[in-house]
Design a protein around this ligand. Structure first.
Ligand code: CU
Length: 180
């Protein structure tokens, strides 16, 4: 069986069983996403990536893959405005914080809705993140649709107010409804 027909068959089975994730060309299986942010580099940077959001029984699953980062930790958050116009990303505003909570890490109960802490880039500059958040909303008044995702130059120390002292903004992407 040719690889392409195998791909088609597997997809057909996935479709028939109601598993919408199916297979990407290249083989990595991805669950369906309800929202997506495509991150573009700010001026003088090359960092880019995709962040996908999917509703689950336990909260919103957040799946990110970023490239061209310096190896190490980088602060990673949802910011208030879905506005990546400024060349340095500052038009995205501060952290999205619908409950008025202090900034903290993703394991602290009182935190911003989009306090994802850090992503860890490997030696190839690639960082991935996969977590389930009970604070992120994709509908209602606290929805993150229309907000933005920012990845920073420095690590988030998970305690400095208001945003973890994570420095310059390397890439910015508006959160929108996903096509699938
Ligand atoms: Cu941030």
């Amino acid at each position: 069986m040719r690889p392409s027909s195998l791909y088609f068959s597997v997809c057909l089975i996935a479709f028939a069983t109601g598993v919408w994730g199916c297979l990407e060309e290249g083989g990595a299986r991805q669950p369906r996403a309800d929202a997506v942010a495509v991150l573009r580099p700010t001026e003088a940077n090359t960092v880019e990536g995709v962040v996908r959001f999917a509703k689950t029984d336990k909260g919103i699953r957040v799946m990110a893959r970023l490239t061209n980062l310096a190896p190490g930790l980088h602060g990673f958050h949802i910011h208030e405005f879905g506005d990546c116009r400024a060349s340095d990303g500052t038009s995205a505003g501060g952290h999205f914080n619908p409950t008025g909570a202090p900034h903290a890490g993703p394991d602290t109960e009182q935190r911003h809705a989009g306090d994802f802490g850090n992503v860890l880039a490997n030696d190839d500059g690639i960082a991935t993140l996969d977590l389930v958040s009970e604070l992120v909303r994709l509908d209602g008044p606290d929805s993150v649709i229309g907000r933005s995702v920012i990845v920073h130059a420095d690590p988030d120390d998970l305690e400095s107010q208001p945003s973890g002292a994570s420095g310059a903004r390397l890439a910015c992407g508006v959160i929108g409804l996903a096509a699938r």
